[in-house]
Design a binder for this molecule. Structure first.
Ligand code: MSP
Length: 704
């Protein structure tokens, strides 16, 4: 039977749109999952969205939506972005789904029946942002973790006997030193638990957006107990069919950001111990992506969206950059300049150039068939490449398994550089000119060696850059890389005479304008997004930003986070440097006034026409002409209300690509919010006819 491998991302809060900080965790997990699949493991990769809690309830309120409408929308944005990026998750769990709710209630009952839940009353300071009771005194006192003002809450709550698990947890960390990685995080957790554990309040009754406590529905389950349970509810825990749970639990790794270590390494194992369930095999915490020197986050207004990078350089470029540039486990800075620089040096000039020169020469000199190496004439330089390739295979495996992605890639790119040098030194073009037999044999050896090294680099890099490597693999004449069994990767498997596919550049060089384009796209999105999500910002704490919180010893786990926030926080001027208001772009140009009855190009540019695809369509009750339509813009799902019900059956629209005015101010029609307008020809006295395309065109593309 195959080995099983189960990996999870944290489930993402739906109070904000996804940014590359979220993409970072998901990409890391996707890469690991892909490598396990390539090695033949039966792999399950889970991600999803965390949709309950006061923070989300308030964000929905601020956006004028019901919590369910609101969470449906943002959860779909996460999912559609992951799809657009080609992330290979096997399951997407939403905490508002019935399967999850059922599983959470089953877990609660089990912990309760085992005697680890009791009822008590509590008055204390609650941090809505962190969804946590904190050690702070007095109304509005700042949260010691994030600095935002806390709220005084009096509640009759259910408590979890966390204190009963202190010794078992210490034993766990001692017996399994790899349970928490990296070691710095492990040490913080051990210090925290040694400092003493207090029982944990695990229900709320002051708001209602959550899962009802079994047999006492006045209370809802604490959002972290609800959220952590996703790792088992997605496997069918508590349902009629627990076969997946039996096969895949315990998880092989929970991948998380460093700010949620305590929840995963203390609370989660304690909940599982209380329920008598097996513990995950390991928890790995990575660092933060910083932008403009502080943690990328919506509340600081310094986010970068993955969509922008995907559109300009492709998803593989972002994946490679994040895993190569940032030392996994530590914080790392993101900048467009560094991204483009890395892209050009390692991908366009590195792997891309190696692929195109090697494959072009085989096409030219050997009619596109992999030539024979001459064993008798093997030179020192050939042997050196073979040795470097073997070393890269071994090192990549070891380093990757320890999640040292940057070093693993460095080792493989050492092979890319070595082959590049090898080609320059062996001058295949000069060998071809000589036309004698021994030069021809040597030419065959040099090109075989280069192509075989290219094959190995491609196979190793596949989990990191699935798309580009699939293309190179096909150009090498090897078919579908998805079917390749990487467990037997070794030198010399490239068959002689393999017929190459069509050779095409995989990583075209990016010039300076790529940086400008990405910056511009982000500026535009920030100015649009500012109005759309301003309501949500309020929900992240009404403070003017995180302040300096006192760090007591029980908060040892979050010390690093607090310091990063308070020490290097984005001051208002920094935030405005990061995101200049869009008006600076618009007002920079002064166009002469147009003749009467005409508009300027700038006037036209104000109308944002975009390609969208209809996902759902239904009639609006009591309105003959109206349809409620949900469209996918590539990076978000929008609801529109359109007066086309007399011209189109709702079902006939599903899947159709349409043009919408994407920046129209929202308005309400029959109580439904319409966020944009579908473009249609409206013949005098006739029915509207939707605008569309004859050629295929990506979602979200702007019409200009
Ligand atoms: N909903 C909780 C997790 C519950 S898991 C049972 C949560 N959600 S979150 O959306 O705020 O963050 C989820 C994860 O996104 C973080 O743990 C981290 O992995 C990732 N990141 C969000 N911002 C990030 C950066 N700026 N940099 C790197 N990763 C970041 O916490």
């Amino acid at each position: 039977m195959k080995n099983k491998f189960y990996i999870t991302t944290p489930i993402y809060y739906v109070n904000a749109r996804p940014h590359i900080g979220h993409a970072y965790t998901t990409i890391a997990c996707d890469t690991i999952a892909r490598r396990h699949r390539m090695l033949g493991d039966e792999t399950l990769f889970l991600t999803g969205t965390d949709e309950h809690g006061q923070k989300i309830e308030r964000a929905a309120q601020a956006a004028g939506k019901t919590p369910q409408e609101f969470t449906d929308e943002i959860s779909a944005q996460f999912r559609s972005l992951w799809d657009r990026m080609g992330l290979s998750y096997d399951d997407f769990i939403r905490t508002t789904s019935p399967r999850h709710q059922q599983g959470v209630q089953a877990l609660w009952r089990r912990i309760r029946d085992n005697g680890f839940i009791y009822k008590g009353t509590y008055t204390g300071q609650y941090c809505v942002f962190d969804e946590l009771y904190v050690d702070a005194v007095g109304p509005g006192a700042p949260c010691p973790d994030c600095g935002r003002p806390t709220e005084t809450v009096h509640e009759e709550n259910y408590y979890f006997k966390l204190s009963a698990f202190q010794d078992q947890l210490i034993r766990l960390y001692t017996d399994q030193p790899d349970f928490i990685r990296p070691e710095t995080r492990r040490n913080e957790v051990v210090a925290f638990v040694r400092g003493g554990l207090r029982d944990l309040s695990i229900s709320r009754s002051t708001f209602s957006w959550g899962i009802p406590v079994p047999d006492d529905p006045k209370h809802i389950v604490y959002v972290w107990l609800d959220a952590l349970a996703n790792y088992i509810t997605a496997l069918g825990y508590g349902s009629n069919d627990e076969s997946k749970f039996k096969r895949f639990w315990p998880a092989d790794v929970h991948m998380i950001g460093k700010e949620i270590v305590r929840f995963h390494c203390v609370y989660w194992p304690a909940f599982l111990l209380a329920a008598g369930l097996p513990l995950p095999k390991g928890i790995t915490a990575h660092g933060w992506l910083l932008f403009e020197e502080s943690k990328m986050s919506k509340s600081r207004g310094n986010i970068v969206r993955a969509e922008t990078i995907v559109e300009v350089l492709g998803a593989d470029a972002l994946r490679y950059f994040l895993l190569r540039e940032v030392v996994f486990g530590q914080d790392g800075s993101f900048s467009f300049d560094a991204l483009v620089q890395r892209y050009n040096s390692d991908l366009a000039n590195g792997l891309g150039n190696l692929a195109s020169r090697t494959l072009t020469m085989i096409t030219r000199y050997f009619k596109g068939e992999v030539p024979y190496p001459s064993h008798s004439g093997q030179s020192k330089s050939d042997v050196a490449i073979i040795e470097t390739a073997k070393k890269a295979i071994a090192e990549f495996g070891t380093l990757f398994d320890q999640y040292h992605f940057s070093r693993a890639l460095e080792s493989v790119w050492g092979l890319v550089a070595a082959v590049d040098k090898y080609i320059v030194e062996n001058e295949p073009w000069a060998l071809d000119e000589k036309k004698d037999e021994s030069s021809r044999a040597r030419l065959g050896t040099v090109l075989y060696t280069s192509a075989e090294a290219l094959r190995i680099v491609t196979a190793l890099a596949h989990p990191v850059m699935p798309d580009a490597t699939a293309k190179i693999w096909a150009q090498l004449g090897l078919g579908d890389i998805g079917k390749f069994d990487a467990s037997s990767l070794s030198w010399g498997q490239l068959h002689l005479g393999t017929k190459l596919g069509e050779v095409k550049a995989v990583f075209p060089r990016a010039d300076k304008s790529a940086v400008e384009r990405m910056q511009k796209m982000e500026e535009q999105s920030a100015s649009q997004g500012a109005s759309e999500i301003s309501g949500q910002n309020a929900s992240e704490g009404a403070s003017g930003g995180p302040g300096k919180g006192a760090v007591d010893k029980t908060k040892a786990l979050t010390t690093a986070a607090t310091q990063a926030v308070s020490g290097k926080d984005a001051s208002p001027d920094k935030a405005s440097i990061a995101k200049p208001p869009a008006t600076t772009l618009a007002t920079a140009k002064s166009t002469p006034a147009p003749p009467e009855g005409k508009i300027t190009i700038d006037d036209f540019a104000k109308v944002e026409l975009r390609v969208a695809q209809v996902r759902t369509a239904e009639r609006v009750k009591g309105a003959d002409k109206l349809l409620r339509i949900e469209v996918d813009l590539g990076n978000e799902i929008r609801q529109l209300v359109a007066g086309i019900a007399e011209a189109y059956e709702p079902e006939s629209l599903i899947g159709r690509k349409v043009v919408i005015v994407a920046n129209l101010a929202p308005r309400k029609l029959r109580g439904l919010e319409s966020n944009g307008m579908i473009v249609a020809a409206s013949p005098e006295g006739g029915k509207p006819v939707l605008a569309g395309f004859l050629e295929d065109v990506p979602l979200g593309t702007r019409l200009k």
